[in-house]
Write a protein that binds this ligand. Sequence first.
Ligand code: SF4
Ligand code: SF4
Length: 386
Amino acid sequence: MTGGPLHLDDDALAACVSCGLCLPHCPTYRVTGREIASPRGRITAMREVEWHDAPVDASFRAAMEECVGCRGCEAACPSGVPFGSLMEHTRAALGPPPSWRRRVAEFVAYVVVLPRHRLLLACTWFVALAARLRLVPRRFGLGRISRRPLDVAVGGEPDAWLFTGCVMDAWLRDTHRAAADVMRATGARIARPGPGGDCCGALHLHAGREAEARRLAARALAAMPGTAPIVVDSAGCGAWLAEHSPRVRDFAQWCVEVGVPPLRATGTTVVVQDPCHLRHVQKAHGAVRELLAGAYSCAETGDDGLCCGAGGAYSALQPGLSGAIRDRKVAALREAAGSAPLVVASANPGCMMHLRGAGVDARHPAELIAAALAGPARTDERTDDR
Ligand code: SF4
Ligand code: SF4
């Protein structure tokens, strides 16, 4: 650990040899071409603050806040620079944002609402109504919310837990419904966590609120006791929870390990979009393809898994950059689909909603697999109004 204001690991900071091999994998560098918007530029700025007493000023804060946190650079780095950890610690050391409006908004979001599930659900109805009245920009991809409760037992001693989370349970409950259908079709007895097992803190971590994130992750895991696997259908939540428990499995990973019943060949081509936390952190993106291949033809983008620009609250806080990154992604998805209608498989709720905000038909692998379960053709139960 250095004695500098960011409290970064000296060896981690020194590991970067400035080779630039990470630059093509950085979405903010790709859309801006600015060195300070690249991983190398951000590491240089961290060194200046940590080792050479440079001020933690507005430009430094902006450089750190413009990072999507995708960790594409970390996966590409031949020197093993742990960029994700450097950025998490830097954001934690930056402390609250200077704007009092943003401080209040973050306090309400992260401290008051997200950890209290009933309050989150109530706020969700309010925001959904505002979206229906066109008071929320369409770029956020907010659809209708499901009124039906999720038909999965709470607690007990299941064969597998389905982690339902906070925002995802509020906005994408039909995705959980599809995941539960597929999990039950394997013969597994499933359950979801009881009180305290909702918010895992992944969004808090992304916002630099590391201590709260750790507390919430411990609380969520305590609500799913025993040895049964914890199945997570949100790549961002799964990546964070997997840091705390070896029982955590991404939905597709678990399905491939357990084996799903025979699927109907749909004749549909889906373009696979790899959420960064599935590809770069959990490294479970291969399982998505393996699972989908039972019913779909999978097409690949030519951008080597570049981020879509969703990134926690990034699309709200950095709308310009986020939109530019998404434009690149959508172009790559359309190119991969060719003349076929564009259907995208995305295993992360944030990416799904972000892509839907650009008019893309993005679906979770659980929805795609549930629709392909053999037997009578299923009615599409999604209730969003895209
Ligand atoms: S982070 Fe890694 S890939 Fe990027 S410039 Fe430094 S050493 Fe090279
Ligand atoms: S985490 Fe993503 S956005 Fe941030 S520097 Fe690395 S590649 Fe760029």
